[in-house]
Design a protein around this ligand. Structure first.
Ligand SMILES: C[S@@+](CC[C@H](N)C(=O)[O-])C[C@H]1O[C@@H](n2cnc3c(N)ncnc32)[C@H](O)[C@@H]1O
Length: 279
């Protein structure tokens, strides 16, 4: 378990994942019904962009930093909302304006969207990251931080009493069998809560593994978004997000937002949303 998200927070992959997360939360909380949110691989919760890890890679600057610096004219609504959430978190650490000091991880973005009727469990396996996550939400009763295996949490916590759920699955992909484990666990989750919304992030390095994951979603109501940038040698250059059971209007919001994001990031390719073929 060497992965530390602090090196990558706010990079192009986070932009795709967190833009989508903000939209999913917005649409799923628009209904006057309780929502259970499970963040299976939550990370530390928030990241210092002035610190050693972020500065060493410069990934945030090349990711969310570019979006922040882009001209505001014609910015799609979903991007405006995502950047507002990022800026709101940053403002907790000092005055507005200037480069970002802090970047919100997925638990912070979830927390910002949560209503009093909703419930949130954030799961993190790495003891140091879990401790940082606990500190991030110390005294906040709206967030339950669990130090443990996020895959196990899917089996243990679904179906929730709320009967409505958003499950974000964002593993570090250090294990060679992560894609298979992921596909298997999503199936298990769907058996427990067939109507749940599952957002699954994946790196695109091994096309066979990605195709296997997408094939495992065949027959479900699911869409995928892929984003590829020109990255330095040896760095992640492409990633994707699969969303099972997306809420109404989600695909439309992403279709409006992603071309603008691609331009801002100088992305080589943005694939259109792809409906997963029925089995
Ligand atoms: C990509 S990072 C998460 C980033 C976070 N979701 C965000 O968007 O801000 C993946 C995290 O999963 C943690 N992790 C690794 N294996 C895990 C497991 N089996 N269960 C829960 N967390 C795990 C890692 O320590 C790492 O912090």
């Amino acid at each position: 378990m060497n992965y530390r998200h602090g090196y990558h927070a706010g990079n192009f992959a986070d932009v795709l994942k967190h833009l989508a997360l903000c939209e999913l939360l917005r649409l799923l909380t628009a209904k006057d019904k309780k929502l259970f949110v499970l963040d299976t691989h939550a990370g530390a919760g928030g990241y210092d962009l002035t610190g050693d890890q972020a500065r060493r890679t410069g990934e945030a600057e090349a990711g969310v930093g570019r979006l922040m610096a882009a001209p505001r004219a014609g910015v799609p609504d979903a991007v405006t909302r995502y950047l507002a959430a990022v800026a709101a978190y940053d403002r907790k650490f000092g005055p507005a304006g200037g480069p970002l000091r802090r970047y919100p991880g997925s638990p912070r973005l979830v927390r910002a969207a949560l209503r009093p009727i909703d419930r949130f469990v954030a799961c993190e396996l790495n003891p140091q990251e879990a401790l940082a996550l606990k500190r991030e939400f110390a005294g906040d009763r709206a967030v339950e931080v669990v130090q443990g295996d996020g895959y196990h949490a899917i089996k243990a916590l679904l179906p929730p009493v709320e009967r409505r759920a958003l499950v974000l699955i964002d593993p570090p992909f250090e294990a060679t069998n992560e894609f298979e484990k992921l596909a298997r666990t999503v199936r298990q989750g769907l058996r427990r809560l067939a109507t749940g919304c599952y957002a699954i992030w994946y790196p695109i390095k091994d096309q066979t593994a990605v195709s296997g994951l997408v094939a495992s979603l065949a027959g479900l109501k699911a869409i995928t978004f892929d984003l590829a940038i020109v990255a330095p040698e040896g760095k992640l250059a492409a990633c994707g997000l699969a969303v099972v059971n997306p809420p109404w209007k989600f695909e439309e919001a992403m279709a409006q937002a992603l071309p603008w994001v691609a331009t801002a990031l100088d992305a080589r390719i943005v694939t259109a949303t792809v409906p997963v073929a029925a089995a």
